[in-house]
Design a protein around this ligand. Structure first.
Ligand code: GLA
Length: 669
């Protein structure tokens, strides 16, 4: 086991708070803020995220007095600060003076000021200004006793994951030179013999700008890699200044790990963060938003290498950026918050502390709503503070899981490109199909990158791992050989890291492990379904597969592939390797998952729970375990448990009732 990284946040218990934007309010409101924060038990707030224009109203003319007073007041009240570099949105004077720092879309559209994040992250001019501001912040506040953690920029890449400005083009060429060394190597990797794309020099290369038709897929894939790297480069540059001036203060930035944020390869960022922080918002129209939340939290823990992490933002109630912004129902915010803690969060924070009266986010909920203290939202804020205090002993414990699910950002990017057998593939949907079935069975899942597949988990699910290099493919095979039941789904192992097809039959990288060989894909049309021999309806995908050592678990019962295998199982060392060459309906997925869990001997965290009751266990180094129970249903539920329930402060001798829509946390020893 890798040595544990100590939790660097110097805040008591589970840190509680939110984004705090005092610059939007007069002094009397700011004074009330601190009083109410204390009342709610807030211990940490994120400050100065969007304060650049307030702190430097004119170039070189700084006004820190207001922020000095805010930090002093917070400190006097015992509240720590996640202090931003204030660089997330350049002030208007800067974009006016240097319009070349504005980002551009693939069609050349310039993204102007007047909103936020109007900067080309690769622009050396912008970088210099951001470094200067960061140094100012570090020098001014590095010794401030309220400072708990540095918050670099904000949601890097949120609005502009891909910038096509001249600065980006130049940095892309630089990145390609470092990756390939010579144009010949790049030509080979990009397959430029196709469509007369041969490059004679790096200077000829552009980002994948709008073009008559499909742009070279390897160029697109490399541009996605470059763009993620460039955002990380920006983070590192600012972080390095902070480390130089304040070597003892941890640094982070808020990531956006969910099934919606595609373009940052967060697994490649994690080593650079002193602690992993995530922002997560539930999607109002998703009746199973709590399952997607669990996925996001498990992914956050995966990116954190299994260590505790920080929930930097979520919402008390509605957001304002979805087409219809549903207010959260009774207990929903508390369930959401505790589900994050159950899955490893040691900090629960919100956007934002006080709901804005003006600006683009005035209809976004907050800890303190427009309605003020006489509101259910505020009462929820108080109640969460109370619960998190009761859960302080949980801090530092780790989540245990028997099942791993492989998630890979480059496969997301590459599998959904144009010119493929189907345009209807959604990479996160494929991952969620398997994750959802596991969630519904009460099985906790570690979400891991292909290069870090553990060999000590009993089940490893590999959904649509389209692009995979030889070493990751070998690691997945090793997990099976070491005893895991490995399940690989369609359109996996198809191409190498350059997006070149692995020849000789699909799924190239996994053919031997799986003991199958596919000679042709047979994607299905919209609304078309076919039947497997157990009655499963399958959609989207089928393929002409032959057994080469594996056994058929399910065959096609109709359609052009009738009688051929659709789901297979191969023996692999001490474990097994399953292949699912289609997209089964939910019942079909459930039956396969049951067979897999049964074969691997994996049991749910708590036996016999009804669907919709979430159970997750965290274990401390001293052997104490904490059983989190989150009841998303409208019925009270009776659970077998022994120990002490922390939220209500009651001993539990055999059974515990978790009321409808409620949560409980049992310290088991
Ligand atoms: C993001 C940002 C915040 C705020 C919220 C609204 O998470 O970081 O500044 O805009 O979204 O949901």
């Amino acid at each position: 086991m890798t040595p544990r990284r100590p939790w660097p946040l110097n805040v008591e218990g589970i840190a509680y708070g939110g984004d705090y934007n005092p610059e939007q309010w007069p002094l009397e409101v700011q004074l009330e803020d601190v009083r109410l924060m204390k009342e709610a038990g807030v211990g940490l707030v994120s400050v100065a995220i969007f304060s650049w224009a307030q702190l430097e109203p004119r170039e070189g003319d700084f006004d820190f007095a207001w922020l000095d007073a805010v930090l002093d007041r917070l400190h006097m009240a015992g509240i720590g600060v996640a202090l931003a570099t204030a660089t997330a949105s350049p002030p208007p004077w800067l974009t006016r003076k240097h319009p070349e720092i504005l980002p551009r879309l693939a069609d050349g559209t310039v993204l102007h000021q007047g909103s936020r994040q109007s900067y080309a992250v690769a622009s050396p001019v912008f970088r210099n200004y951001a470094l200067g501001m960061t140094r100012r912040m570090a020098e001014r506040y590095g010794d401030h006793p309220a400072l708990a953690v540095w918050h670099v920029d904000n949601e890097l890449g949120c609005h502009v994951p891909h910038d096509y400005s001249d600065a980006a083009a130049k940095a892309f060429r630089h990145w390609l030179r470092a990756r390939y060394g010579t144009p010949a190597a790049l030509n080979a990797a990009w397959g430029t013999a196709f469509w007369s794309q041969r490059y004679d020099s790096f200077d000829e290369i552009l980002p994948p700008l709008s073009a008559p038709t499909f742009v070279n897929p390897t160029q697109q894939l490399d541009f996605a890699r470059f763009s993620s790297d460039e955002l990380l480069t920006h983070y590192r540059a600012l972080r390095d200044v902070l480390r130089e001036v304040t070597p003892d203060v941890p640094t982070t930035t808020n990531l956006m790990m969910s099934t919606a944020t595609k373009w940052m390869d967060y697994f490649s960022w994690s080593q650079d963060l002193d602690l992993v922080a995530n922002d997560h918002y539930t999607v109002a129209r998703d009746p199973e938003a709590h399952i997607e939340l669990a996925f996001s939290a498990d992914l956050s823990r995966g990116v954190a290498g299994g260590e505790p992490w920080m929930l930097m933002e979520h919402s008390t109630s509605a957001v304002n950026w979805q087409p219809r912004n549903r207010a959260k129902g009774p207990g929903e915010m508390l369930r959401n918050s505790l589900a994050h803690v159950a899955r490893g969060a040691d900090a629960v924070m919100f956007f934002q502390w006080r709901q804005s009266a003006a600006g683009a986010e005035k209809y976004h909920s907050a800890m303190l709503p427009h309605a003020g203290e006489d509101s259910d939202v505020w009462r929820g804020t108080l109640e969460l503070g109370r619960r998190l205090r009761a859960l302080a002993p949980v801090r530092g414990s780790r989540v245990s899981a028997d099942v791993a699910l492989v998630f890979d950002y480059p496969s997301w990017w590459a599998s959904e490109m144009e010119g493929h057998p189907t345009q209807a593939l959604s990479y996160p949907d494929e991952a969620m199909r398997w994750y959802r079935a596991l969630w519904q069975r009460g099985i906790t899942v570690d979400i891991v990158s292909p290069g870090a597949v553990p060999t000590d988990h009993r089940v490893v699910i590999v959904p649509t791992l389209y692009t995979v290099d030889d070493s990751a493919a070998a690691r997945i095979a090793e997990a099976a050989h070491e005893g895991a039941s490995v399940l690989v789904t369609f359109f996996s192992g198809i191409v190498d890291e350059h997006d070149h097809v692995r020849l000789g039959g699909y799924p190239g990288a996994f053919r031997e492990l799986l003991g199958v060989r596919t000679e042709e894909f047979h994607p299905l049309l919209q609304d078309e379904t076919l039947t497997l021999d157990d009655g499963t309806r399958a959609s989207l995908w089928s393929e002409k597969t032959r057994l080469e050592g594996a056994q058929a678990v399910r065959t096609w019962a109709d359609g052009p592939l009738e009688g051929l295998p659709a789901v297979t199982r191969n023996r692999a060392g001490r474990g097994s390797a399953w292949y699912v060459g289609t997209r089964p309906d939910a019942d079909g997925v459930a039956r396969i998952v049951d067979a897999l869990l049964d074969e691997a001997g994996v049991a749910p965290v708590a036996a016999g729970l009804p669907l919709g009751v979430e159970a997750v266990r965290r274990r401390a180094d001293d052997g104490t375990s904490y059983l989190f129970l989150i009841n998303h249903t409208h019925q009270d539920v009776d659970v077998a448990a022994v120990g002490h329930e922390l939220i209500r402060g009651q001993d539990v001798s055999a059974r515990l009732t978790v009321p409808a829509l409620e949560t409980a946390v049992v310290r088991e020893r």
